[in-house]
Design a protein around this ligand. Structure first.
Ligand SMILES: [Zn+2]
Length: 381
């Protein structure tokens, strides 16, 4: 079979070369358009059909490449964006793939543009004429910020694959559950006055103190009620991240802001968290109407747990000799799970993700190719 696309390493280089940083900071945030078009060209050279969709109100894009017809099949997914990089601690150009000491260095080598180089390499080496079920490859946008690519995809697609695998760097372990993440900013608006007369002001720190006590009791409730044996930290965590208030020693503090995050275990939904917070603070809010403002800081990611057909999980575990595990980081899995059974499995270690001098240990290369070739054949041949 003659190769229609460049070599594994050439493809890898070309993917790393295109910056696709996602950031909450608009000055840093970049479009992923050029990478989406590059991937589309590779997949269309392999005879895949390409659909590119713009995420509404953004300059970001998703790509769905598909080959084969019929129901079911397999979807392999990766996000096309990366986090930002710290210029002072990278010792090389983050956008140039460098091979050194049996490692491949570059921004996105494991998290996770590199996954597409693996997929393209495997697909170019297997007989696509033997496909009996469709094989889909999805490249999403904005995973590192609001996951709008994954959320838009599940709203706008009508495909129903038998299984979705997200190729995040799991060290080739099969991930079947992770915690979620949600974060809040809670502001108490008091009334400032001269500190010599407490009666004429409303001290926001006094009210915040009562709120914090309530949140601590909620934290204990989470620990008791939402225990999950499969996690090393076996309960939802709540972290008070920062608190700010007051500006002068002789003034009654007018505004106090607490930022905190919660990482729920599977079983505790984001909606439930919000109801529980409201219930806990009900009396305080009633006493101080319009003085307590609770806002989401970032987009929430629900927790995830594989709860679909055991058969699919068993097929992958057995044929690839994998054992399943839980992790503490978030992925797009809770969103994809709404349309099909979803698992997380990919090359490289999460230890290197979001780090300076991100690298892929080359020991992962051959096993990754073997595993995904098997999986594609299992689901699509
Ligand atoms: Zn990632």
């Amino acid at each position: 079979m003659t190769r229609k696309i460049p070599s594994f390493i050439e493809i890898y280089k070309s993917l790393i070369k295109i910056p696709t940083i996602s950031s909450e900071n608009k000055l840093i945030d970049q479009t992923n358009k050029n990478l989406i078009y590059l991937l589309s060209n590779y997949f269309s050279d392999l005879k895949f059909l390409i659909k590119i969709k713009n995420i509404p109100y953004t300059n970001k894009f998703n790509m769905l490449a598909s080959i084969g017809y019929g129901e079911g099949g397999l979807l392999l997914s990766g996000h096309t964006d990366t986090v930002n990089f710290d210029d002072t601690s990278w010792t090389q150009d983050p956008f140039q793939l460098i091979e050194k000491n049996n490692k491949l260095y570059g921004l996105g080598v494991v998290d996770m543009k590199g996954f597409f180089a693996f997929i393209l390499d495997i697909i170019s080496s297997i007989d696509l004429k033997k496909l009996k079920k469709p094989l889909y490859i999805l490249g999403t946008a904005n995973e590192e910020t609001d996951m709008s690519g994954a959320r838009y995809f599940i709203q706008s697609t009508n495909i129903k694959p038998d299984c979705i695998i997200i190729g995040e760097p799991t060290s080739l372990e099969l991930i079947t559950a992770h915690k979620g993440h949600t974060s809040y900013s809670l502001e108490v608006i008091g009334k400032t006055a001269h500190s010599s007369n407490p009666a004429i002001g409303i001290n926001s720190i006094d009210i915040m103190h009562k709120i914090i006590n309530k949140l601590i009791s909620l934290k204990k409730y989470f620990k008791k009620k939402y225990f999950h044996k499969d996690f090393s930290i076996s309960y939802p965590t709540m972290n008070f991240a920062s608190i700010q208030g007051g500006d002068a020693i002789n003034k009654i503090c007018s505004s106090c802001i607490l930022n905190f995050e919660i990482r729920p275990t599977p079983g505790l939904t984001v909606k439930k968290i919000e109801i529980l917070i409201q219930n806990k603070l009900k009396k305080i809010i009633k006493k101080w109407p319009d003085r307590i403002i609770l806002k989401n800081l970032f987009f929430s990611v629900p927790s995830y747990e594989y709860s679909s057909e055991k058969k699919i999980l068993n097929t992958i575990e057995k044929s690839c000799k994998l054992i399943n595990k839980t992790v503490d980081y978030c992925t797009e899995a809770p969103f994809f799970q709404k349309i099909a059974p979803t698992l997380i499995l990919g090359p490289g270690s999460i230890q290197q993700a979001h780090c300076s001098n991100e690298y892929l240990d080359c020991h992962f290369i051959q096993p990754t190719k073997n595993i995904f070739e098997k999986i594609i054949k299992k689901f699509c041949y």
